[in-house]
Design a binder for this molecule. Structure first.
Ligand SMILES: [Zn+2]
Ligand SMILES: [Zn+2]
Ligand SMILES: [Zn+2]
Ligand SMILES: [Zn+2]
Length: 283
């Protein structure tokens, strides 16, 4: 603390410096194409680097990052802009950069919830292969659809995973988690918030479902290594869709292989203790 106090002013200057336009060496020409007087940057340097970019280059940099915020220098300060408002369109069903000649637009108020906040995103579904449903196209880019039919809201797998951990370890409720994302999105309340009350349900429902679908894969690594083997949840049978308790004694996992045959009474005292400790934690 004493060491930091010596540099307190420097820390403050550096934080305030980020609010400004920056030195002319990095802000007078676009970091992508070199044109003069660029005005855009990625908010909080989610894309690494302090440089400024022209509109074309910032859009190119974010063609596959629709949940970043960008900021535009308006002459006095950086004003936050959404990539949606700058015209970014996400085309599903094809590799990035490819257009689809047989696409349909998603709902006009399509919303994606991510760890950076809640974003309006312009999405186009691909109809090249009628067997691939819209919800499947979303899941193939790691967006969990709120509804199976005609989805209009998604949560990224990253935000669902974050909520799972925060909920399990931090006892954070879905309501408080969404409230935090709301503040991340719109801390000053000046912009309308692109999310409804029902989105709490999305996190509450997607989190266990997400776990349910991942659990069999992680439990049966031997026979479903890649998770690509055709196997439905129903095919998996009883007691396969569950998370194994890490504390319970399990042969070959936290106990030596063939541990049932071990004569524990003949084991050294310290090794017996490990087993008793693990068993106690389980109950
Ligand atoms: Zn440029
Ligand atoms: Zn970015
Ligand atoms: Zn297509
Ligand atoms: Zn257990």
């Amino acid at each position: 603390m004493k060491t930091w106090a010596l540099h307190m002013d420097e820390y403050l200057d550096e934080v305030l410096r980020l609010e400004g336009h920056g030195s002319t060496s990095i802000s007078s020409t676009c970091g992508g194409c070199g044109t003069a007087d660029p005005t855009f940057r990625c908010s909080r340097q989610m894309c690494y680097g302090p440089g400024l970019f022209c509109k074309k280059c910032i859009m190119e940099k974010h063609s596959v990052l629709p949940t970043h915020w960008v900021e535009e220098w308006n002459g006095s300060f950086f004003q936050r802009r959404s990539l949606h408002s700058l015209g970014l369109v996400m085309q599903l069903g094809h590799p990035p950069g490819y257009s689809c000649t047989n696409s349909t637009p998603a709902h006009v108020h399509f919303t994606v919830i991510d760890v950076t906040g809640v974003h309006p995103v312009r999405v186009r579904f691909c109809n090249c292969d009628s067997r691939v449903e819209h919800r499947q196209q979303l899941m193939r880019v790691c967006w969990w659809p709120a509804t199976a039919r005609d989805p209009q809201t998604c949560a990224t797998f990253a935000v669902v995973r974050l909520f799972q951990i925060m909920n399990c370890l931090g006892n954070l409720s879905a309501h408080d988690f969404l409230r935090s994302l709301e503040l991340l999105t719109n801390n000053d309340g000046l912009d309308s918030f692109p999310m409804g009350d029902t989105d709490t349900d999305l996190l509450l429902e997607s989190s266990p479902r997400f776990q349910t679908h991942r659990a069999p894969i992680s439990n049966n690594l031997d026979d479903e290594t890649s998770g690509t083997r055709p196997c439905t949840v129903r095919d998996r049978g009883n007691r396969t869709v569950a998370v194994r308790c890490r504390a319970c004694p399990q042969d070959g996992r936290n106990l030596p292989q063939g541990s049932q045959n071990i004569n524990w009474a003949a084991m050294p005292e310290d090794l017996r203790c490990v087993r008793r400790f693990r068993s106690k934690r389980a109950y």
